[in-house]
Ligand binder design. Structure first.
Ligand code: ADP
Length: 539
């Protein structure tokens, strides 16, 4: 991606001065400092260290911010967008800014001012009667979980694989957890948003200032606008209401280990009816061996060569851990009697698949976290950071991974197709891969983890090149992505090509209407403003 800089501006609403994004950011710095306080403008080394893409060592200068501004209140966020408009400075908003594998906290337009919302970290409300929390952007999953424990609130969080990220940020990015509340975007009930001109809106029932239903009823009078602010660049979200699962009396983590790849694919067809009829309510994850073992061991424990692991190594791994090539994790919740019936139905559904092994563990709803087998924890929304250990797989001093996450229909044939595509891509890179399918009742996401040496520029270049090829190949098969790294956002957006890219054109019209100077995260999700000098090259 290249960004047009220093071009003469066509839009009459801007003054005719020609300057680079970085120069204008420099000029706006004093105004930002006056708005948030000098100590909350971060410059120099910490920007590169903490607010960049930690896994993309080729990023400088392709995506590096000028400096970071950390507001402490909604009012300060409003001032920030006004200053950005005045100085024509692009902003790039993150909450925790740990969007690793997708670009971290780095912006698309070099020289952007990074708005980081970690300081706004209050749990504003938890309502146990209605089962919801209202959070500011800086609240992490681990913090929300700790808040519930400290205050003895019988509600559960739903956590993604790593619990250090922002609840609000992850939800806006269509992130997922593994409980029945694991489709996080579906739990949103009432948001507050700062628009590009500094206006402040509340969605749904929250549009009524004295509403008693801001966080109990998802729709209001008129269109439901929440989705418009997810995976977009139309506003900065400053508050979010989220529904939460009441703590059940008991829960079970049920694992089905499928020895062969074919048995793993067959699980997908077998589980679909149970997901559709509501026997299984949680977000089932089917993980391959390496997705589990990268978090539990290192490559050198298995293989003394750097070559990708082969079938012999896989057999040794299966034997050592009692795992299959594919391993489905299902959550059941509530009364033990009812879970017995659910288990019987699941066992019957998979009985015809040869080479499967079934394991089930039951825990009380209020189990102490440390008493739960770590790979079971996400089923009960217990924060966990184990997956971060996967980065140590090869023993690289500077490891990285990049997300490849296509969505496809919930069938064994589609699972096979996409897995084989990933296998081919990994072979071209000469790398091991972890892969997992995250299931809904009708579709699944493939979450692929390819670990590479981020200290080796050639390896970074090659990894991004092959990941791009896989994205293109899966799009040609009719599978779009659920999320994408900064470097692939334009490419993925371009794949939504129906009627001469009508969806993209509509997004651009919304962008231009809501953010005429295009200051909010230009390029996010491939949505670029028409105006200004930070639009997509060639657009
Ligand atoms: P996490 O730390 O949970 O991984 P981030 O804070 O990195 O999440 O946010 C992920 C992405 O979501 C960001 O790159 C940004 O595009 C978007 N985002 C995060 N917070 C906000 C917000 N408050 N308003 C608008 N967009 C946001």
């Amino acid at each position: 991606m290249t960004v047009v800089d220093d071009q003469s501006l066509e839009d009459g609403s801007f003054n005719s001065e020609t300057s680079t994004v970085a120069e204008r950011a420099e000029r706006a710095k004093a105004a930002f400092a006056a708005a948030v306080g000098e100590e909350w403008v971060i410059e120099g080394e910490p920007v590169a260290r903490d607010f960049s893409d930690p896994y993309d060592t080729l990023q400088a200068p392709r995506s590096r911010g000028s400096y970071v501004v950390q507001p402490g209140s909604v009012e300060e966020v409003r001032q920030i967008v006004r200053i950005a408009n005045e100085h024509r400075v692009p902003l790039w908003t993150g909450s925790q800014g740990r969007n690793n594998g997708y670009g971290g906290a780095a912006p698309r337009v070099p020289g952007s001012v990074i708005v980081n919302l970690r300081r706004m970290n209050k749990v504003l409300e938890v309502n146990e009667t209605f089962g919801y929390a209202v959070v500011e952007p800086g609240v992490s999953f681990a913090e929300l979980n700790a808040y519930l424990l400290e205050n003895d609130i019988a509600l559960w969080t739903s956590v993604p694989d790593l619990s250090w990220g922002s609840v609000l940020g992850n939800t806006l990015e269509h992130g997922l957890g593994y409980t029945p509340y694991g489709e996080h975007a579906d739990q949103v009930c009432g948001m507050e948003i700062v628009l590009a001109d500094g206006d402040l809106v509340r969605t749904g029932m929250g549009g009524q200032s004295n509403s008693k239903n801001f966080h109990t009823h998802q729709r209001g009078f008129g269109p439901r606008l929440d989705e418009m602010f997810m995976q977009s660049n139309f506003g900065i979200v400053t508050k979010m209401g989220l529904w939460m699962q009441p703590r059940p009396k008991a829960w079970r983590s049920v694992w089905i280990h499928a020895t062969t790849d074919e048995a793993g694919y067959a699980l997908v067809d077998a589980l679909r009816p149970l997901l559709m009829d509501g026997t299984i309510t949680n977000r089932v994850l089917i993980m391959n061996l390496t997705a589990i073992l990268t978090a539990l061991s290192k490559k050198e424990d298995w293989h003394d060569s750097t070559a990708p692991i082969d079938d012999d190594v896989r057999a040794a791994m299966r034997a050592a851990y009692g795992l299959g090539n594919w391993n489905a994790r299902i959550g059941l919740y509530g009364e033990p009697d009812r879970m017995d019936v659910d288990e019987r139905l699941i066992r019957e559904a998979v009985a015809h698949i040869p080479g499967t092994e079934y394991v089930s563990r039951e825990y009380p709803g209020d189990v102490r976290h440390e008493d739960v087998f770590p790979p079971d924890q996400a089923v009960a929304g217990i924060p966990n950071m184990d997956l971060l250990r996967m980065l140590d797989w090869y023993g690289y001093e500077r490891p990285g991974h990049v997300g490849f996450a296509p969505i496809f229909p919930l069938t064994s044939d589609d699972a096979r197709e996409i897995h084989q595509l990933l296998e081919r891509g990994s072979a071209r890179m000469g790398k091991d891969y972890g892969a997992a399918y995250a299931l809904t009742a009708r579709s699944m996401l493939m979450l692929a983890l390819i670990i590479y040496n981020a200290g080796d520029p050639e390896e970074v270049r090659r990894t991004f090149e092959v990941t791009g090829e896989m994205i293109a190949e899966s799009a040609a098969m009719g599978y779009g992505e659920y999320r994408g790294h900064l470097q692939f956002m334009d490419r993925i957006a371009d794949q939504f090509d129906f009627n001469d890219h009508a969806q993209q054109r509509l997004n651009q019209r919304l962008k231009d209407a809501l953010d005429p100077r295009g200051v909010l995260s230009p390029g996010k999700q491939g949505i670029w403003p028409s105006a200004g000098d930070f639009r997509r090259a060639g657009a």
